[in-house]
Design a binder for this molecule. Sequence first.
Ligand SMILES: [Zn+2]
Length: 113
Amino acid sequence: MIAKTLDLTTQEINLLLPKSQDQIEAIEENKLLSENKITDGEKSVVFDVMQDHDAHIREHMKGKQTKAMRKHIELHYEAKKLAKQNPEFAMLSGNEQGQLATQEQSTPNQAPV
Ligand SMILES: [Zn+2]
């Protein structure tokens, strides 16, 4: 009898499941962000629109909520929103992600009153 009911807690299941690349990345970022830092001179917290934002947000929520951490979580939410509004945005290659910064500045988008 191999197939017996597995009675595992979520925590145990999490231990069994291999961590995703994004999760590992987020845990690494947490080390710096928990100290309210985005770099330690060697490693830096990298934000990428191509990241799995949900996985990142989940991990970042577990860390110490410093100013740097909250700001970083905000970025993930922002990217999620953008990806929803422009599905093609999520398709951008890593080289084009710089547009995220320039787009905001170049469109004043003032609504007529
Ligand atoms: Zn992150």
